[in-house]
Each structure stands twice: as C-alpha cells, then as structure tokens.
Design a protein around this ligand. Structure first.
Ligand code: SAH
Length: 466
C-alpha cells in the first residue's frame, strides 16, 4: 500500500482549488459534499462555479493563484489541466503548507482522492492507487446498490438515539436492534413517511425489542421422521403449528412442510446452490439470529435429530447465545425402514445390540469396529452408505463376515416411492450401483425382509437390476 486511507477533518477549514474547467468541476462536486471552506482561483471559471459562488457554497477569485493564496489550506488541488500551470500553483501551495494533489498526476501528488459512496455520515472510500478505475467504479456501483439511500439520514438520527438503546443488553440484542433499524424498519419509514418518521420508528422498534427481550425466542430441534407426515410425533406437529420460522433440511418432504403455521417463514438450509449445502456454522448463526429476534424457531431435521444430525453444534450455538432449546425426537430412518421390511432391530437369540453407523464422516469413509461387526448375527443400519458401499463390503469380507449375510437397501423410506432391494453382502456391490438410487437410502447389514410379508411385492426383483 503506497497510500494509506484516512479521513481528514475539514469542517470549517480551507480547501483551495486552482482551475475552472472540467477537471475542476469534477473535483468540486466531491469537495462540495464537505463542510470545508472552499476557495477557487480561476481566470475563466465554468458557469457552474459562478452559480456555486453566487449561492455562497464557495469563494471564487477570478485570477491565477499567487503566493499566500493557499495559506492555512489543508488540501490543495491543481486542476488547470495544464502541466506548466499545475506545477507552478502546486509549488506555491506547497510553500504555503497545504497538502497538494495535481489532478491526473499521481507521481507528483501528496494525496489522492478516492471514489466515494456518500451516505454521510457513513462514507465509503474506494481506492486503487490509480491502477484500476474500472474496478473502483464496479465496487462503487455494488456498494451503492447495497446501502439503502436513506442510510445517511438514518445514521445521523440513529447516533442521537444511541444512549436510549442502552436499555438493551450489550451484544447480539443491541446488534439485532440496529440491524433491524438500518436495513429494515428505518429505510421503510423514510421511504413512506420521510425523515420525520425516523424518531417515532426508533421508539416503536425499541419498544418491540424490549418486549421481545421479555418474550425471548426459543428453538425447537424437531425430528420430522422419514417423510410420511403420519410418522410425525404430536409434539412435532404442535411445534410446527406454533413456529414463526422453520429452518429445514433438504430431506424434509413438502408434505411435512405443508403442516407449518401459515404465517411461518420457511428456510431451506439444505439448499444446494452449485451442489453445495449451506455451511453448518451459517445454519447455527441463522438459528440463533431468528431466536434472538424473539421468534419461535423450529429446526426441522429428517428422521430423528439426534441421529447423524449435527445437533450438538446447533445446541452449542443456542447455549452460547443464551437461547433456550428443546429436542423433539423423531422416527429415525432405521426405525421406519425396519418396520417396512417387517423385522425387528433387535431380536432375542439373534442380536442383542444394533449399531447405527454412517458410511462416511467429515474425513471420508468412516471406520468402524469391522471385526466385531463381522461376527454372525450382527445387525447394523448404515446411514449415508450409498457411496461407501464397496468400502464397507470390502472391510466386512476382509474381517471374515459371511458373504451370504443378508443386506437390505431401502430407498425413500415411508414415501410413496419407497423401494426395497434385498441382496447379500457378496452382492451388495454391484447391486447398489446398478439400482442407481436417487433418493435417500438406508442399508441394513444382517437383516432380510421378512419372507411372508405382504410388502414382498414391493421388492424390486434382482433380475431387474441385473
Ligand atoms: N437424522 C436422520 C439421518 C440424517 S443422515 C435420521 O434419523 O433418519 C441422512 C441419511 O439418513 C441419509 O443418507 C439416509 O441414509 C438416511 N435417511 C434419512 N431419511 C431417509 C429416508 N426417508 N429413506 C431412507 N433413508 C433415509
């Protein structure tokens, strides 16, 4: 950085400019935004400059700059568009003690003027050290679009209101208040009723925020079950009935979202823009943000929220923000799936324990106690196991599992498009790849669909997959 950005105090101090043409006009338009005392020296000043002088916005002296003219000036602009004249006046101003800028001459200037987004007292200065004016223009346009036009007015009035907001506890509560003011309630008030509406808006908003402090928000971490709305718990339904905001996963079905209170805002946290879901930390922050506004947030997760649900991160975020929470259990995919193949997860004399395992974790394919799993009679429900099927198959066989061990894959459990595929450990792959499943699928190791089951005709015949 060859130029260090600072904001210079110019209120009531002198800024002197030499020149009366286009370059002078361009700079004056910027300088006139300040409360500085502006003098212009020009033999032949553009009509606009005469108008500004007549309006008392600047002092126009209709002659060339002479020694002493820039005395006590903090800033000086040489804007004659004439190298020789600019060099002459710059030397004078320098001797008079002003910081000098020669328009379009970076090398001989002591300072440069940035591109400005003006929402006074909020001012954004953009500089590229002359390297890329196009970039500066683009950034300026983007920021202009982002900042409400009324931001300046709001900031000016907001400043006078700061002490009143001390009644709110420091931190997130106060930040939420100000962000509501600057980006929501404030701009709306100015747009509809003008500047006079700002103070009343601040007062009403503060009342609301004081009240929501009493009516603190709350987060229900709710299990939505595997998809069939009838597999929701009554507690889950009641929570959905009362929700102000529902933040849901990609796997939660539309039929279940239908049940949310009409006025509730639905947010898809599993939205896959460019194939990527929202980051967990962003979801945590979003949950807390809505709760701190005093909202009843329902964080709706597929199945049971405590099973492979990254629940603890969300709970930690709530705790850190002092937001109350409650877990509403749901029917996990394994429970619903095992019901639909007519089996039990545990069975006397077969397996006295069942494992819920994941095919992969944050580090890639997940490792498990393969040796223990390879023993006869073991049962495991494998979540997120589509991609890792070959890995799991390989590990189990390597540790001596019987190749004939039954495996059952159930896709879209409890939904109208549920599909059951019965196979064996030896055949798991390529069966799974051939099936080309699009929906969520759970795989049981050590369980086959009960033979006599009515649901048997929902089985996809293996030949079809071959
Ligand atoms: N909390 C969820 C699991 C989330 S992990 C639960 O308790 O069910 C996501 C995995 O769950 C999916 O990859 C899939 O293996 C399984 N899953 C969730 N819903 C499912 C459904 N309707 N049918 C089949 N598998 C499902």
């Amino acid at each position: 950085m060859d130029h260090f950005p600072v904001f210079m105090a110019v209120a009531g101090r002198r800024i002197v400019l030499s020149g009366g043409g286009d370059a002078a006009l361009a700079k004056l338009r910027l300088i006139l935004k300040t409360t500085a005392n502006i003098s212009v020296f020009a033999d032949d000043a553009a009509p606009e400059i005469h108008v500004w002088a007549a309006a008392g916005k600047l002092t126009l002296i209709q002659r060339a700059l002479e020694p002493g003219d820039a005395m006590c000036a903090v800033l000086f602009y040489a804007a004659n568009e004439d190298d020789i004249e600019d060099a002459r006046v710059a030397a004078i101003a320098h001797a008079d003690g002003a910081k000098v800028n020669i328009v379009d001459n970076l090398g001989d200037s002591q300072f440069i003027t940035p591109a400005i987004v003006d929402r006074d007292p909020v001012v954004v200065a953009i500089g590229t050290e002359g390297a890329a004016p196009v970039v500066a223009r683009k950034i300026k346009a983007n920021i202009e679009a982002q900042l409400p036009a009324s931001l300046g007015v709001l900031a000016r009035i907001g400043k006078t209101f700061r002490h009143a907001v001390d009644v709110l506890p420091m931190g997130a509560k106060r930040r939420t208040f100000w962000s509501d003011f600057y980006f929501d309630a404030g701009p709306k008030a100015v747009e509809t009723d003008g500047e006079a509406a700002v103070i009343p808006t601040l007062e009403t908003l503060l009342d609301t925020h004081i009240m929501t402090r009493e009516k603190a928000g709350h987060v229900d971490l709710v299990g939505a079950g595997p998809g069939d709305p009838e597999l929701l718990t009554l507690k889950a339904r009641n929570a959905l009935d009362k929700a102000d905001v529902v933040i849901h996963d990609r796997l939660v079905t539309p039929e279940i979202l239908e049940l949310a209170r009409r006025e509730a805002t639905l947010i898809d946290a599993g939205k896959q823009g460019f194939g990527r879901a929202m980051k967990q930390s962003d979801i945590d922050a979003m949950i807390v943000e809505h709760a701190l506004k005093g909202h009843h947030v329902v964080r709706l997760k597929a199945g049971d929220p405590t099973v492979f649900g990254r629940l603890d991160e969300e709970i930690d975020a709530c705790d850190a923000a002092g937001v109350t929470w409650r877990i509403v259990p749901g029917i996990t995919a394994a429970s619903a799936a095992v019901a639909n193949i007519g089996q039990s997860l545990t069975k006397r004399n077969r397996n006295s324990a069942v494992r819920l395992i994941t095919g992969h974790d944050t580090k890639g394919y997940a490792d498990h106690d393969w040796k223990a799993l390879a023993a006869p009679g073991e049962v495991a429900a494998i979540y997120m196991g589509k991609k890792s099927a070959r890995f799991i198959q390989g590990r189990l066989l390597m540790h001596g599992a019987d190749p004939a061990t039954p495996m059952t894959i159930i896709e879209n459990v409890s939904r109208t498009d549920q599909q059951i595929i019965a196979t064996t450990l030896a055949e798991l792959e390529p069966t799974l790849t051939r099936a080309q499943l699009k929906g969520p699928a759970i795989t049981f190791y050590g369980l086959a669909p009960r033979a006599a089951m009515d649901a048997a005709d929902t089985l996809t015949p293996l030949e079809e997959l071959a």
